[in-house]
Design a protein around this ligand. Structure first.
Ligand code: BGC
Length: 305
């Protein structure tokens, strides 16, 4: 990635080269160096990505930063601080801007504090990637109330608390010229907002809840030019589903559920998040974008059922 300064320098040189018959050579050089000058779609926008110290959140943070956003890399506990700082360092090395911020999204006071601090430091928040999520799997009759509450607390209540603070700020600020919208929220859902998942009742319930919370608040705030959508990832290669891809045999059986026959990567989700956060998707509101290699296409019917 190149910095804004480098991009403007190269652009200037490219413009000048049009005066002379050098353009062809410039194009060759630029292509050779694999430098593609693009308008950064999220330039100057402030994004909070929850649960960004690893996995899908990390992927989203990096793609948003590449698109020009200043990213708050949220992490839940002191134990994840080093990982979050590593993400921030990698973003900075690539020419992006980021800070790390610890906050347990299931705690109302901490969420309020995080939004307050970010708004004080950067002036506002333009984008929320409501990503923090976890699994505590158990057969239903053995699932403890603690496991149930823990997963619902982070995956659903956490998204509610963050969305509420983000929307308050979007309403206060209104459209600010950086985007056609007053603000954008992307809720990280899952294919399990529609695919039932035995042994994961708490997780599936949380994602089903995310789906209707997202649609309901999208309906409520679309008139205020706030866009709220979800991404429903399928199997993305991250620590959360390590057991599904750690051996060749496990991966083989996972791939039976994915028509594209490949496991997803965090960049697949990060790029979708950039699109949903940018004005390219300005007329998209209240929808779930499935990024799952076809996992929701009833793969059992691939071979005549
Ligand atoms: C879960 C993963 C799982 C994937 C597909 C995700 O929401 O977190 O563990 O691999 O859905 O089943």
């Amino acid at each position: 990635m190149i910095t804004d300064f480098e991009a403007s320098l190269i652009k200037k040189m490219f413009e000048l080269s049009q005066l002379f018959p050098l353009q062809f050579y410039w194009k060759l050089i630029l292509t050779h160096k694999n430098i593609i000058i693009m308008d950064k779609k999220l330039k100057d926008q402030i994004a909070i990505v929850t649960g960004a110290s690893s996995g899908i959140g990390e992927g989203c943070a990096k793609e948003l930063a590449k698109a020009g956003a200043t990213v708050v890399v949220n992490y839940p506990l002191p134990s994840a601080q080093a990982m979050a700082e590593q993400v921030v360092a990698e973003i900075a090395k690539a020419g992006g801007r980021a800070i790390s911020y610890q906050c347990d999204v299931s705690k109302e006071d901490q969420v309020k504090q995080m939004f307050g601090d970010v708004i004080r430091q950067f002036g506002t928040v333009d984008i929320l990637i409501n990503n923090a999520g976890l699994q505590k799997d158990a057969p239903f009759t053995e699932m403890t109330l603690e496991q149930w509450n823990f997963v619902l607390g982070v995956n659903l209540t956490g998204q509610f608390l963050c969305a509420r603070e983000a929307i308050k700020e979007f309403l206060r600020r209104g459209v600010n010229g950086k985007s056609k919208a007053a603000g954008k929220i992307i809720c990280m859902s899952s294919v399990h907002e529609v695919i039932p998942w035995a042994g994961h009742a708490n997780y599936a319930a949380s994602k089903g809840g995310v789906m209707l919370m997202m649609k309901t608040i999208a309906q409520e705030f679309a008139p205020k030019k706030i866009r709220i959508n979800s991404i429903a990832p399928g199997a993305i290669q991250t620590p959360i589903n390590h057991d599904a891809w750690d051996t060749a045999a496990h991966l083989q059986s996972l791939l039976k559920l994915i028509p594209e026959k490949r496991i997803g990567q965090v960049e697949d989700i990060g790029k979708a998040a950039v699109w949903l956060a940018s004005d390219d998707s300005d007329y998209v509101n209240g929808t779930t974008l499935f990024v799952d290699g076809g996992m929701t296409l009833y793969p059992g019917f691939e071979d005549n059922g």
